[in-house]
Design a protein around this ligand. Sequence first.
Ligand code: ATP
Ligand code: MG
Length: 145
Amino acid sequence: MGTTTCGELVTTSAAETEAAGERLARHLRHGDLVLLVGDLGAGKTTLVRGMARGLGSSAEVMSPTFQLVRVYPGRVQLAHVDLYRLAGLDELADLGLEELLDEGAVVVEWGERLGGPATARISLEVLEEDRRRLRLEEAPPTWSW
Ligand SMILES: Nc1ncnc2c1ncn2[C@@H]1O[C@H](COP(=O)(O)OP(=O)(O)OP(=O)(O)O)[C@@H](O)[C@H]1O
Ligand SMILES: [Mg+2]
């Protein structure tokens, strides 16, 4: 278990980041939009893998490289969006974000490319090879690691 200080968690392995995602999933509700912000390899997909598992999905979670979005069924459906290869605003419109939010929760890698209001904004920072700092930059007051 990593160290927690008000909305901040330092993990020392991918498994710990995944476990953090799994715990965070308890807070997820229909219509929640969660933006993940962090460099390549920061652990965004790892966190999403935990979130999906926490929602009860047994689907394999990988970066949706060739699709913009992948959908995992669970207690709350989780749509996993990755905007790394976003080509333009047309593609964002095609994503059908409103529909996905009608159907469940949505988590977005490279979330800073989306803009607009969100339920939560989480940053992931590489500290060392296996250490990552996860921060709830914006989140409902009930959310914690
Ligand atoms: N504490 C940690 N938390 C998360 N991942 C870690 C940690 N320590 C090492 N890693 C490794 O870092 C990598 C994180 O990859 P991941 O795909 O989750 O990152 P990402 O932010 O989604 O990257 P990308 O921008 O390419 O989508 C994995 O290889 C994982 O094993
Ligand atoms: Mg990723």
